[in-house]
Design a protein around this ligand. Structure first.
Ligand code: MTE
Length: 300
């Protein structure tokens, strides 16, 4: 079950490659889904060395489970992911409460190895599995006039220690412009490293928008709403000066309190040199056209 993403992983021996590929095939086979090459431009498919599964699942931001990087790994086991359903509403032809399988069943699950850049200036490379958000939106039928997609994370106060502490206004909410949501790079991830996505990483389904700061990639989604107005987003509501709606990775626009020109690579070791941050996190060729004519310092 070769695809272009895995073929490129010539140096990706963090997890022994044979074991990883086998596991992927078993998982893909058991649910009857194949990993099929994405029709993406070549520079989105360059070889990237993923972080280890351990790094990806033990250094997280998921404020519903606490603000420390290791809090989600400690606390997220309490998240109840059974009987998951997603409420789809707003400007769609087929609104309703969808069981996860109704929403994504039968869709092509692909592996996407993406750079992941947090607004806090750290980064990882993560091998996700998921479906294109565009496929989901096409399934529910986007009505003409819709311009934005709003997302909402589950709230389980009894299971989420951070919700009890009210560090943010929960539920965590996020949004994309419709053309950003429809871009083939935008996925809804259900797996990591060929395994179902861990709870601390946003089980059972989370958004991944690789050219935007990580906080746009909202976890454990229970709501998707199509609107004609820019929806509120959690970090923008908490601090509009520091966190804009767009939040595209941009080394030339600093956060008011720190530079965004470089990033610390998780797993690189304490004394590793920082690496330069890339425009649109390295996905400029695929997405720069979305922002033609916009002042990226103004629409940050
Ligand atoms: N989604 C929810 N619901 N709650 C959060 O606190 N944190 C965001 C984003 N999605 C967050 C969230 C931030 S700041 C980042 S950097 C990424 O999740 C981290 O994703 P990861 O833990 O899978 O690396």
């Amino acid at each position: 079950m070769a695809n272009r993403w895995t073929n490129n992983l010539t140096r990706a021996d963090v997890t022994p490659k044979a074991a990883f590929l086998n596991r992927r095939q078993i998982i893909a086979g058991s649910v009857g889904l194949g990993a099929i090459a994405a029709g993406l431009p070549t520079n989105a498919q360059e070889a990237l060395e993923p972080n280890t599964l351990e790094e990806i699942t033990s250094y997280n931001n998921y404020y519903e489970f606490g603000t420390g990087k290791s809090d989600p790994a400690k606390n997220a086991h309490k998240l109840d992911t059974t009987q998951w359903s997603i409420k789809v509403g707003g400007m769609v032809d087929n609104p309703g409460d969808y069981a996860l399988d109704e929403l994504i069943g039968g869709m092509t699950v692909e592996e996407r190895i993406y750079r992941f850049r947090c607004v806090e200036a750290w980064s990882m490379v993560i091998p996700w599995h998921g479906v294109e958000l565009a496929d989901i939106l096409n399934r529910v039928g986007v009505q003409s006039g819709a311009k934005y997609v709003a997302f909402e994370t589950v709230v389980q106060p009894e299971n989420m220690i951070g919700v009890q502490r009210r560090v943010l206004d929960f539920p965590y909410v996020e949004g994309l412009r419709l053309d950003e949501a429809m871009n083939p790079l935008t996925i809804m991830a259900t797996g990591i490293y060929g395994e179902p996505i861990s709870k601390q990483n946003g089980a059972p389904i989370r958004l991944v928008v690789p050219w935007k700061y990580g906080f746009k990639s909202i976890k454990s989604i229970v709501g998707i709403t199509l609107t004609d107005e820019e929806p509120p987003t959690s970090w923008n509501t908490a601090n509009a000066r520091e966190y804009g709606f767009y939040s595209n990775v941009n080394p030339n626009v600093d956060h008011p309190r720190w530079s965004q020109a470089s990033e610390r690579v998780i797993g690189g070791g304490l004394f590793a040199a920082r690496q330069d941050t890339l425009m649109f996190n390295g996905y400029e060729e695929e997405v720069a056209g979305l922002y033609e004519g916009m002042d990226l310092a103004e629409f940050y």
